[in-house]
Design a protein. Structure first.
Length: 402
C-alpha cells in the first residue's frame, strides 16, 4: 500500500486544522482514535491508510498558516497547550503545501474573504481548472504520493439553479471551455480538476460541487466521489431519532430547530444566500424518513462569541394515542471541528480503499457521513451504517484491499 495525501479546499479552516493536528497527535502517540468510525471492529482486517503517515496540503483564499489556525482552535476548544507544542513542527511543515484557491461565482460574502480576487477574476474557467490540476500534481510529486484525496471543507456557497451544462460531462466541459462562469461555482471547478487528476473527491459541504455531469465523469474515469454536506450534529441526531417515531407509530406534527454557530462557517452562513444551501440539506431528511412532511423549520444564527462551539436546540411536537399531544426537546452542543475531523480521516481512508479497489463514481456506502448523500434515498442512520458495514465485509471477502 502506497502513501496517501490529503488536499483540502479550505486548508486554513478549523476542520482541516483539526484533521492535521489529530493526525500529528496520532503519529506521536498523544491521542486515541475516539470518534473514528473506521476503528470499529467491522473494519478489522482491512488495510486502511494510516493517518500518521498522511501528507497534508490544500488551497485557501485567505492568508494565514496551519499553525496560526491551530493556535486559535486550541484556544477555542480548550485543548492543552502542551499538545500544540508537541505538534508545532508538523504544522509548520504543511505550509509549503498550501496554494491559493478560487472564488468563482461564490457570492460576495466568500469573495470578500479572498486575499487576491483580482488574480482570480482574470483567469478563465479553463485556466482555473488547469491551475488546480497543477497544484494537485505538484503536491503528489513533491510528497511521493500514490493517492491524493481532495476534500472540500470550504465555506458554503449559495445554491445554484440546475443548468443543462450540469447534466453531461461534454456539456460541463463545453461550459468550462466557453468560460460560462455564471453556470458554475468554484466548488464544481475544484471537483472537475480533482476528477481529471484521478483523485477521489469528498464534498463535505452543501455546495453544488457534485453536479450530475461530474458524477458521471467520475464514474467514466474510475474516480470515487461522494458528498454532500457532512453529518456531524443536529442532522445526525435527526436521522437516528426520526425512525423511533416512525416505528412507534407516533405522528410528528412539527420539528423545529435552532442552530447557533460562531466560527467562520457561522459568519458565512449569516448571509441569507449562503445559508439557504445549508438549510436545504439540514431540513431535507424528515419527510424522507417519516414518509410525510411535518411542519419543520431550521434557523441558523451567527453568535461570534461561541467560536467553534456549535449549539443546536430542537423542539419536537408529536401526537400519540387518543389524540394526545406530547413534546420532546434536545440540545446538541459540541466543538464543530472536533466532531468533523475524525470523520474526515475515515472518509480519506475509505476513499483511498475504494480507489485501490478500482471503484468509480458515488461511494454510496458512505451515506451515513452525509446529510444529502449522492445516489442514496435511504436516510435512516442505522440503515446507512449497515450499508457501510456490509461494504467493509465485502471488501475483506474480495481480498482486493492491500
Amino acid at each position: 500500500m502506497g502513501k496517501t495525501g490529503v488536499f483540502f479546499i479550505g486548508v486554513s479552516g478549523y476542520i482541516a486544522t483539526a484533521v492535521i493536528a489529530g493526525a500529528l497527535a496520532l503519529k506521536k502517540g498523544l491521542s486515541d482514535r475516539t470518534g473514528m468510525v473506521t476503528e470499529l471492529p467491522h473494519f478489522n482486517g482491512l488495510a486502511l491508510a494510516e493517518p500518521a503517515d498522511m501528507a497534508f496540503g490544500g488551497w485557501d483564499i485567505r492568508t494565514g498558516s496551519p499553525l496560526e489556525s491551530a493556535v486559535s482552535l486550541f484556544k477555542s476548544a480548550g485543548l492543552p497547550s502542551e499538545l500544540l507544542s508537541a505538534i508545532e513542527g508538523g504544522l509548520i511543515e504543511v505550509s509549503p503545501n498550501i496554494c491559493h484557491g478560487i472564488t468563482t461565482n461564490c457570492g460576495r460574502t466568500i469573495e470578500l474573504l479572498s486575499a487576491d480576487t483580482a488574480t482570480e477574476r482574470a483567469m478563465t474557467l479553463e485556466a482555473q481548472a488547469l491551475k488546480l490540476r497543477k497544484d494537485i500534481a505538484g503536491f503528489r510529486e513533491k510528497n511521493s504520493l500514490d493517492c491524493v484525496v481532495v476534500v472540500n471543507l470550504a465555506s458554503t456557497e449559495p445554491p445554484l439553479e440546475a443548468r443543462p451544462s450540469h447534466e453531461t460531462p461534454d456539456g460541463f466541459e463545453e461550459c468550462v471551455m466557453e468560460d460560462r462562469s455564471e453556470e458554475v461555482r468554484a466548488s464544481a471547478i475544484y471537483a472537475y480538476a480533482a476528477i481529471l487528476e484521478g483523485c477521489p473527491y469528498i464534498n463535505f459541504t452543501p455546495s453544488n460541487a457534485l453536479v450530475p455531469a461530474l458524477v458521471e465523469l467520475a464514474r467514466k474515469n474510475g474516480v470515487p466521489v461522494m458528498g454532500n454536506d457532512g453529518k456531524t450534529g443536529e442532522t445526525l441526531v435527526k436521522s437516528a431519532l426520526a425512525p423511533m417515531f416512525l416505528y412507534r407509530n407516533l405522528e410528528v406534527l412539527s420539528w423545529e430547530g435552532v442552530n447557533l454557530l460562531g466560527n467562520m462557517d457561522g459568519r458565512v452562513l449569516s448571509d441569507p444566500e449562503n445559508r439557504e444551501s445549508k438549510i436545504i440539506s439540514k431540513d431535507g431528511i424528515l419527510h424522507k424518513v417519516l414518509g410525510y412532511a411535518p411542519h419543520s423549520r431550521v434557523r441558523i444564527d451567527f453568535v461570534p462569541s461561541l467560536d467553534d462551539v456549535k449549539t443546536a436546540w430542537n423542539f419536537i411536537h408529536f401526537r400519540g394515542f387518543l389524540g394526545s399531544r406530547m413534546t420532546m426537546q434536545f440540545i446538541w452542543q459540541g466543538y464543530d471541528s472536533l466532531l468533523a475531523a475524525p470523520l474526515i480521516l475515515d472518509l480519506v481512508r475509505l476513499s483511498d480503499l475504494s480507489k485501490r479497489r478500482g471503484e468509480g463514481g458515488p461511494m454510496t456506502h458512505l451515506a451515513s457521513f452525509f446529510k444529502a448523500p449522492v445516489g442514496v434515498d435511504e436516510h435512516r442512520y442505522f440503515k446507512q451504517a449497515e450499508m457501510l458495514f456490509r461494504y467493509a465485509e465485502k471488501a475483506k471477502e474480495s481480498g482486493v484491499h492491500t
